[in-house]
Design a protein around this ligand. Structure first.
Ligand SMILES: [Zn+2]
Length: 196
């Protein structure tokens, strides 16, 4: 039997095999009997992030399924990046406008931070509801996105003597997308290391 290492991203979850899954795909012809127990040819390991797309395609043979799982994984990653960046950026912009309405630099700042942070949380919950993000990695993804956003805000404030608050939602959105995906990866790795 092969060790539990994700065939898509290479995450090694030998310490916690239950964090991922061994998926058995369709086997067109019966496997010849082996003298020693080997790894079944139609089975492959997938980590917490990639087990969903893999299970969805288990009725295909492994040869047909693998390129599709890779494609779905790339599409999901891109969708998460774009969706999270756009939604959080727009909500930060909304917060900026509301904050500006109440006036002052503090109003702008608080509005932007509140809007962007709410956007990151909403993104994580929507992604989970759409099954684009496995539930165990949702909190870390949200924290990663929020940290990315705060980093962008800090850079925007620190980098200009005259505080240009409109920069925060714009630059922040890209930092949010990156932070969100880094958080997802971090959670998958941490889960893989946890012994049961
Ligand atoms: Zn994986």
């Amino acid at each position: 039997m092969k060790p539990p290492i994700c065939s898509i991203c290479g995450i090694d979850f030998r310490a916690n095999p239950g964090s991922g899954q061994l998926v058995r795909f369709y086997q067109p012809e019966p496997e010849p009997k082996l003298d020693r127990p080997g790894h079944p040819k139609n089975a492959e390991w997938f980590c917490v992030i990639h087990q969903g797309p893999a299970v969805a395609l288990e009725s295909l043979s492994i040869k047909e399924a693998e390129p599709r799982i890779r494609k779905t994984s790339i599409q999901r990653t891109l969708s998460l990046f774009i969706g999270t960046s756009v939604l959080s950026g727009l909500m930060a912009l909304g917060g900026l406008l509301v904050g500006g309405f109440f006036g002052g630099t503090l109003g702008l700042f608080v509005g932007t931070i509140a809007g962007g942070t709410s956007g990151v949380i909403a993104s994580g919950l929507i992604a989970a509801a759409l099954d684009f993000l496995p539930r165990p990695v949702v909190p870390s993804s949200i924290v990663g996105g929020a940290l990315g956003f705060l980093m962008a805000a800090a850079l925007a404030i620190g980098g200009s003597t005259s505080f240009n608050s409109a920069l925060i939602p714009l630059a922040g959105s890209l930092f949010i997308g990156c932070g969100f995906l880094l958080g997802r990866r971090h959670a998958a790795r941490r889960l893989a290391m946890e012994s049961e």
